[in-house]
Design a protein around this ligand. Structure first.
Ligand code: TRP
Length: 322
C-alpha cells in the first residue's frame, strides 16, 4: 500500500483567470475549475446526495451492476488513471473488481489537493491497490502517467460524472482528441455521460430547492473575496440555471440583482455589473446516444460497450483507442 501526491505551484493563475473572465466583452465568465476548493468540494458532495440530482446515483448504480463486466473486457495488466478524483466512491467499485485479478496502480489526477486527499483516504484500504495522485491539470497528469508505464501495461482512463459535458462547445471533442494522442491503440476510456431528459427533471437538478447548488455556484465569488481581496456582496448575486435548447446544455450563471461595482484588490481592478447582467460559470451538456457514437469515432475511439441506467438517463461508455 503506497500513497503519495506530486504537486506543482500554480502561483497567481487564479487572479489572472478571474480578471480575464470578468474583463471579457459581452458575457462575463469565471472558470468552473475554481468551483472545487475545500468548501466547494464539500458542497458538491452534498449536491450528489440531493433528491433532485440523480446523476451520481445513476452512475453508482451502473458501476455497482456492471463493474465486473467492465473490467472483464479490459486487457491485462492495466494501470488506472482517473481525471478528477471525486470522492472515490464510484472508483472503489471498479478498483475492487480489478483487484480480484491483479494488483493495480491507481493515479487520480486532480487540481484540488483537498479532493485528492479525500480520495486517498477513501480508497487506501482496498487490497493490492497502490495510489499515486497527481496534482495537475488533467492532460498534464495523464502524460506523466503514460510516460511512467512499462510496455506491457494498458491504460484505463476513467472520466466519470459527465465532467466531459462541462467543456464548452467543440472543446469536449478537442479534449478527447488530445487525450487520445496520449494513449496507445488498445487503451481504454470509461466515460460517464448524462443524457438528454425532460426539462422538469433536468432544471431542478441544477437549481435545487435547498439552495445547495446556488451556494456551490456563489462560492466562486466567496473565493475571489477571500483569496484575491474581492468585495463581492454575495447576496446581490442570484444563482440561475437555464437550459439552452440550441446547445442542449444547462447553463449556470450568477445574476447581478442590481447595478454595482466590484473591486478585486489583488488585481487592482474594478468591474462594473449592470442590473441582471450575468457571470457565466459552467455549462453541463446533455448527450444523445447517437452523438456519443459519433464523438467516439471523431476522436479516435471505438465504442465497445454502453450501459444505460433505467431510472435516470445516464450512460457509462467503454471506449477503446483505435
Ligand atoms: N459534472 C457535473 C454536472 O455537469 C458538475 C455540476 C453539477 C455542476 N452541478 C453543478 C457544476 C452546478 C456547476 C454548478 O452535472
Amino acid at each position: 500500500m503506497q500513497t503519495q501526491t506530486l504537486s506543482v505551484s500554480r502561483g497567481s493563475q487564479f487572479a489572472t483567470d478571474v480578471c480575464a473572465g470578468l474583463s471579457k466583452p459581452g458575457q462575463k465568465e469565471l472558470p468552473s475549475k475554481y468551483l472545487y476548493d475545500e468548501v466547494g468540494s464539500a458542497l458538491f458532495e452534498v449536491i450528489c446526495a440531493l433528491p433532485e440530482y440523480g446523476l451520481t446515483r445513476a452512475e453508482e448504480r451502473l458501476l455497482q451492476q456492471h463493474a465486473r463486466e467492465i473490467v472483464d473486457q479490459l486487457p491485462r495488466p492495466v494501470v488506472v488513471a482517473e481525471l478528477g478524483s471525486g470522492t472515490g466512491r464510484k472508483t472503489r467499485l471498479l478498483l475492487e473488481a480489478l483487484s480480484r485479478w491483479q494488483s493495480t496502480w491507481y493515479h487520480p489526477i486532480e487540481i484540488s489537493p483537498t479532493a485528492l486527499a479525500v480520495c486517498r483516504r477513501e480508497l487506501r484500504d482496498i487490497n493490492s491497490i497502490s495510489i499515486v495522485g497527481f496534482e495537475r491539470e488533467y492532460l498534464d497528469g495523464l502524460r506523466e502517467v503514460a510516460a511512467r508505464r512499462v510496455n506491457s501495461e494498458h491504460l484505463l482512463v476513467l472520466f466519470l460524472g459527465s465532467t466531459l459535458g462541462n467543456f464548452d462547445g467543440s472543446a469536449g471533442a478537442e479534449f478527447l482528441s488530445e487525450l487520445r494522442q496520449i494513449l496507445q491503440a488498445g487503451d481504454s476510456l470509461l466515460l460517464g455521460t448524462d443524457l438528454r431528459k425532460p426539462l422538469d427533471v433536468l432544471v431542478p437538478a441544477y437549481d435545487d430547492a435547498l439552495g445547495v447548488t446556488a451556494a456551490f455556484n456563489r462560492n466562486l465569488l466567496a473565493r475571489v473575496n477571500s483569496e484575491l481581496g474581492g468585495d463581492f456582496n454575495l447576496s446581490q448575486f442570484a444563482h440561475q440555471a437555464v437550459f439552452n435548447p440550441r446547445t442542449h446544455s444547462i447553463e449556470m450563471h450568477l445574476r447581478s440583482r442590481i447595478s454595482q461595482t466590484v473591486n478585486i484588490a489583488e488585481a487592482g481592478l474594478a468591474f462594473r455589473f449592470g442590473e441582471d447582467e450575468t457571470i457565466w460559470t459552467e455549462s453541463s451538456h446533455k448527450y444523445s446516444r447517437e452523438e456519443l457514437y459519433q464523438l467516439a469515432q471523431l476522436t479516435g475511439f471505438r465504442c465497445q460497450s454502453q450501459w444505460i441506467d433505467s431510472e435516470w438517463s445516464f450512460a457509462e461508455n467503454l471506449w477503446i483507442a483505435e
